[in-house]
Design a protein around this ligand. Structure first.
Ligand code: AMP
Length: 120
């Protein structure tokens, strides 16, 4: 696994080669609005390192994954999700072809806002 993949669309988003609507950035992660949102709030959070999928995550990534999981609720509220329990949000990590993963750079979907949603 290399740090970045020059052919990866999400690596290009991290480097700014492809524009995105940024939600959040720190040394380890980048979050941006999904280009085809399913819900009123729909953003993706990705590691800056090119990790292809959850199938590539080991104990070395426990800190990174914990960081993403604990950040997601804060960013969800920041982006307009309503408070738990009447509100809330959905966190999804599609993995592999049968898991519905289309972009092979690990990404966490965070979806929320008033229903009905376009999908899901
Ligand atoms: P998945 O099916 O889990 O791999 O999700 C990939 C997601 O990336 C989809 O929801 C796409 O709409 C989204 N996506 C693809 N290209 C871009 C882009 N350039 N900017 C923002 N979101 C994108």
């Amino acid at each position: 696994m290399s740090a970045t993949d020059p052919n990866c669309i999400f690596c290009k988003i991290v480097s700014g080669k492809i524009p995105s609507r940024k939600v959040y950035e720190d040394d380890h992660v980048f979050a941006f609005h999904d280009i085809a949102p399913w819900a009123p709030v729909h953003f993706l959070m990705i590691p800056k390192l090119h990790i292809p999928s959850m199938a590539h995550v080991g104990v070395e990534q426990a800190g990174l994954m914990g960081h993403m999981m604990t950040l997601a609720p804060k960013l969800a509220m920041q982006e307009g999700c309503n408070p738990y329990p009447e509100g809330g949000y959905r966190i999804v990590l599609n993995t592999g072809m049968e898991g519905g993963q289309e972009v092979h750079h690990l990404h966490m979907h965070v979806m929320g806002g008033p229903r009905p949603w376009l999908k899901g």
